[in-house]
Design a protein around this ligand. Structure first.
Ligand SMILES: Nc1ncnc2c1ncn2[C@@H]1O[C@H](COP(=O)(O)OP(=O)(O)OP(=O)(O)O)[C@@H](O)[C@H]1O
Ligand SMILES: Nc1ncnc2c1ncn2[C@@H]1O[C@H](COP(=O)(O)OP(=O)(O)OP(=O)(O)O)[C@@H](O)[C@H]1O
Ligand SMILES: [Mg+2]
Ligand SMILES: [Mg+2]
Lengths: 226, 226
C-alpha cells in the first residue's frame, strides 16, 4: 500500500548538515499494524511526515498505491491527504479558536460534507475517545492528554484507509492509553492500515510489526510470529 | 516548604461547571522527591499550575515558605517564580523565534545576569540534557523529545530550589527518559525539591513519594519505605 524506496532526508542550516534519514527502505502492506520506535531525535517524526505526504524526501522515492508521490498533481495529493490518510501529530496542532467538536469536523468540512451529518459523526468520535463531556471546550480548556485525544478523533473523521499516529499515547496514563489501543485494534479489524510511532513497549507489543530506527537508519524490522 | 491547604479549583463555562480539584491537602517537605500520577484529565496540570504560582485556587490557600501566595505582592511573586521555582511545561512553551541556547537563557536574562556568563551556563545545561549539538536550532527544527529537553534545561537556568516538572519524559524513549531521571536524581542529591507529574510507573518508582489523583481528589499519598 505504501513503499519507501531508498529515502534520505537532509536538513541544511548554514554549514550544519543534519541527515535525519539515510537510505530508508520499507514496504507497508495493506492492513498492516506497525509500530515505529527509537531514541528521541532518531528520525521517527521525519519519516511520518514523509509517509503522510507532509514533506518530501531529499533523495529516493515514496510510492503510495504504486504512484510516486513527488510526481502527483497538487489536487490529487490533497485528495489523498484529505480522504485516505489520517494523521495524528506529536504536538496535536489543534485550532485554538475552535471547540473540540469543531476541531474534529475540520477534515469533514474540507471534504464537503453536510453540517448535520458532520456534527453527528464528530460527536460520535469524541465519545469514542472519551471526550463526550468536553465537546464544547476549547483546546486550552483541556488537559494535555485530552488534546491528544481530540487529535486522534480528528484523524478518523474521514474514515481514512491509513492512519499515521505520531506518539498517540505519549501524554496518556496507561489506562487511557490502553483504551486508545483497543480503539486502534477495532480500526485494524475493520481493515485499516495503522502506522504508529510509540515510545511504549506495552503499546508496541499490541501491533504486528516493530520497526526500530536509530540515528536515521533502520536498526531492525520484525514481524510478530502468530 | 510548600503547603496546599484545602484547595479547590473550579472552571465555569456558561452553565457547565468543571471541578478540576476538590479539597486538596498536601504538605511538601524541603528536599522531597514526589511523583504525581493519575488518569488523563484528573487535575494534575491544574495542581502543578497552582504550585508554580501560575494560577490561583478558587477556594483554600497555597502557602510557599509559610506565606499565603494570594497575599503576596506582584513583584515578590515574580521574584519567587524567577529564582526559586523552575517549571517544565507539559507542552514545552518554547519561544519559536529563539534558538535552543537563547530559550534556555531567557530566565537568566530576566534575573539580570551578564551575557557571557548566561551563555556559558545555558550551553552547559544544553549539554546536560543531551542537546550540545543542537544549540543553534530553533524549536521547529527539533524533535518533540528534544523540545521537551530544552524545557527541562530552561527550568534549571536559575538553579531553583523547587523544580516542578509536568510530564518531563512523556515524549522520550526509555533510555532518554532514564538519562533525565539520572539528572533529576543528581539535582535531588544537591538538596533540591522535585515535584513531577508522570504517567510512567518506571519513572515514578525512582521518586520517594507517589501522590495519586483521580477526578480532582487525592486517592492515595504514599512515601517509599527505605
Ligand atoms: N480553562 C479550563 N476551563 C474548563 N475546564 C478546564 C480548563 N482547564 C482544564 N480544564 C479541565 O480540568 C480537568 C483537569 O485538567 P488537567 O489539565 O489538570 O488534567 P491532567 O491531569 O493534567 O491531564 P493529562 O494527564 O491529560 O495532562 C480536565 O478535565 C479539563 O478538561
Ligand atoms: N527543520 C529541521 N532542521 C534541522 N534539523 C531538523 C529539522 N527537523 C528535525 N531536525 C532534526 O532531525 C532529527 C530527527 O527529528 P525527528 O523529529 O524525526 O525525531 P524523532 O525521532 O521524532 O524524535 P522524538 O522521539 O524526540 O519525537 C533531530 O535530530 C532533529 O534535531
Ligand atoms: Mg517525534
Ligand atoms: Mg496534564
Amino acid at each position: 500500500i505504501a513503499q519507501v524506496d531508498n529515502v534520505s532526508k537532509r536538513y541544511q542550516m548554514g554549514d550544519v548538515i543534519v541527515d535525519a534519514l539515510k537510505n530508508i527502505n520499507i514496504d507497508f502492506e495493506d492492513g498492516d499494524f506497525v509500530s515505529i520506535m527509537g531514541p528521541s531525535g532518531c528520525g521517527k517524526s521525519t519519516l511520518m511526515n514523509l509517509l503522510g505526504c507532509l514533506d518530501q524526501p531529499t533523495e529516493g522515492r515514496y510510492l503510495l498505491g504504486g504512484q510516486d508521490v513527488s510526481k502527483m498533481e497538487d489536487d490529487e495529493l490533497s485528495a489523498i491527504r484529505g480522504s485516505r490518510l489520517g494523521f495524528v501529530f506529536q504536538s496535536y496542532n489543534l485550532i485554538q479558536q475552535l471547540s473540540v467538536v469543531e476541531n474534529i469536523e475540520v477534515p469533514l468540512y474540507y471534504q464537503g460534507h453536510h453540517e448535520a451529518e458532520s456534527r453527528e459523526r464528530a460527536i460520535e468520535l469524541a465519545e469514542q475517545v472519551g471526550l463526550g463531556d468536553r465537546i464544547h471546550h476549547k483546546p486550552y480548556e483541556l488537559s494535555g492528554g485530552q488534546q491528544q485525544r481530540v487529535g486522534i478523533a480528528r484523524s478518523l473523521a474521514n474514515d481514512p484507509l491509513v492512519i499515521l499516529a505520531d506518539e498517540p499515547t505519549g501524554n496518556l496514563d496507561s489506562k487511557s492509553g490502553a483504551d486508545i489501543m483497543n480503539f486502534f485494534d477495532k480500526l485494524h479489524d475493520q481493515g485499516k492500515t495503522l502506522i504508529m510511532v510509540t515510545h511504549s513497549d506495552e503499546m508496541a507489543e499490541r501491533s504486528l510489526r516493530i520497526i526500530r530506527l536509530r540515528d536515521g537508519v533502520i536498526e531492525s524490522d520484525e514481524r510478530k510470529r502468530n
